[in-house]
Design a binder for this molecule. Structure first.
Ligand code: SF4
Length: 227
């Protein structure tokens, strides 16, 4: 279990794992906040795949700044978004860009409240921008991170329908974020959830934080005693 005393060891294990195991995506090569907003919007309710990567590149090539996207014809943006589904995101992206231009002088704000006020930007997305682009000490929580926390602490009770907005989970996740290194830590947790702590059959034996995890410890003991 993670405690105040061993928390830094837990954080270091995650960060050390990340050095060799991190995933590489085009949106991780440039953490400009506008680009992170675009990437996170495309990843809403969507698995990473070739279509997302193509749409990300096309959008930024055609609309390299909020000002460009604010002036876009929605039908053109829809053409780019269509292969991903959830086409309403084209309209939301254009509206968000218009708000950035009108209210924030074409810049992405670095405050949670202001990000949440933008069209189509929820808690997860706003915190991702604050952490990845501005390196603010904030946690990010989506369904995968919430599952990781539920396993780590064996949190009782039903799984929340909207974990990104559950205050107790955000506080719990926030307590684990290393001061001054939220960007790498949060990216590492996302990658850990994708590669090791998967929705089904988590790979506890190869997990860097198995010693801290209540669920994982039990799984490993079970495997060791089963014939
Ligand atoms: Fe997930 Fe298993 Fe690691 Fe726990 S030990 S965090 S359940 S992979």
């Amino acid at each position: 279990m993670v405690t105040e005393e061993n928390k830094s060891i837990f954080q270091n294990k995650i960060l050390a794992w990340f050095v060799s195991e991190k995933r590489d995506f085009p949106w991780r090569q440039d953490l400009n906040p506008y680009k992170v907003l675009i990437a996170e919007k495309l990843l809403q309710q969507t698995q990473v795949n070739e279509n997302v990567i193509r749409a990300y590149k096309q959008l930024l090539k055609k609309y390299p700044s909020p000002t460009d996207l604010a002036e876009a014809d929605i039908a053109d943006v829809e053409v780019i978004i269509r292969p991903l589904g959830f086409i309403y995101r084209a309209r939301e992206l254009c509206k968000m860009a218009q708000e950035l231009v009108k209210i924030h002088n074409g810049q992405v704000p670095n405050e949670l409240r202001k990000l949440l006020d933008l069209t189509g930007i929820g808690d997860y997305c706003a915190r991702a921008v604050l952490s990845f682009s501005f390196d603010k000490d904030v946690p990010i929580v989506d369904t995968n991170v919430a599952r990781f926390l539920y396993r780590l602490y064996e949190i009782p009770g039903p799984f929340p329908s909207n974990p990104a907005r559950k205050k107790s989970l955000i506080e719990l996740a926030g307590n684990l974020v290393p001061i001054g290194n939220s960007r790498n830590y949060n990216l590492a947790i996302l990658d850990l959830c994708s590669k090791i702590c998967k929705p089904t059959n988590p790979n506890c034996l190869n997990c860097p934080v198995q010693d801290f995890c209540k669920y994982g410890t039990k799984q490993i003991v079970k495997k060791n005693i089963s014939p």
